[in-house]
Structure formats: C-alpha cells, structure tokens
Design a protein around this ligand. Structure first.
Ligand SMILES: [Zn+2]
Length: 141
C-alpha cells in the first residue's frame, strides 16, 4: 500500500471506529489501536459486496477473524456462544428445536445494533449511515 492509501485507510478506519465510541461494531470491545480493522459486512468477492461505507464496519481483529467469509448471522451465533455459553446452533438445528417446542433465547445483540436503537430512541429517526467512500483500498476481510 502506498503512503497515501495507507493514510486514507487510517482516516476511514478511525472515522468508522469513532462512530461507535471506539468499540467493535460486533462485540463492543474497545479495540487496541493495532487490533482495529474494517469489516466488509458482505465479504469481498461475494455478490453485493462493495467498498461503500454501508458495507463497512469497525471490527476488532478477533471478530474479523471469527467472521471471515461467514455471514453476520453466523457471527451472531458464534458471539452468543462465546459470551453467554449458549450452544452454537445452526439454522437447521434452531428450526428443529422450534418445531419441537423449544424456544430459543433472544438473539445476541451486536454493539452497533444497540447503539443504533439508542439513537433511534432519542431522535425518533433511523440512523442513516454515510454512503461516501473516500478510498477504494483497505485491509479488512
Ligand atoms: Zn469484536
């Protein structure tokens, strides 16, 4: 990466992180400076993926590594298991449990979702993520 694109990447990364109070969008952990990444919600190379900021989230290295090319909902189940000890059920297993009268606990809420519902509660308006993207390059997965 050139010096210029590194500076652009850091500017974007720091801005995304500042928007969540310097916490990972997914787990809410304050990311150490050198552990801060940018996650592509729809991973690169997958249909619908883009470098648009609507597809980018501040993400700690651990969540980014755990997410990899998985979906956000897969990461939700993984974090629920990690944080609460809840079993990590696949969608097929959850459907089976539902069909057999077992009610799964409320889904794990991501830090960014909590922030968004707090903002909506105070302003009455849904938060619209900025859609401008200053640079095309970054290092997120
Ligand atoms: Zn995280």
């Amino acid at each position: 990466m050139s010096k210029e694109s590194t500076a652009r990447y850091l500017e974007l990364r720091n801005r995304l992180w500042a928007a969540t109070g310097d916490s990972c969008w997914y787990c809410g952990e304050p990311g150490r400076e050198d552990c801060r990444t940018i996650d592509h919600v729809i991973p690169r190379g997958f249909e619908g993926s883009s470098e648009d900021e609507t597809n980018l989230r501040p993400c700690c290295m651990r969540c980014n590594g755990a997410k990899g090319t998985r979906t956000v909902e897969d990461l939700r189940r993984y974090l629920a298991w990690l944080r609460t000890g809840r079993p990590y059920f696949t969608p097929v297993q959850l459907a089976w449990l539902n069909d057999n009268g077992w009610t799964p606990p409320a889904p794990f809420e991501f830090h960014g979702e909590r922030l968004q519902s707090q903002k909506e509660a105070t302003t009455g308006n849904p938060v619209v993520h900025p859609s401008t993207c200053p640079g095309g390059e970054d290092e997120g997965a």
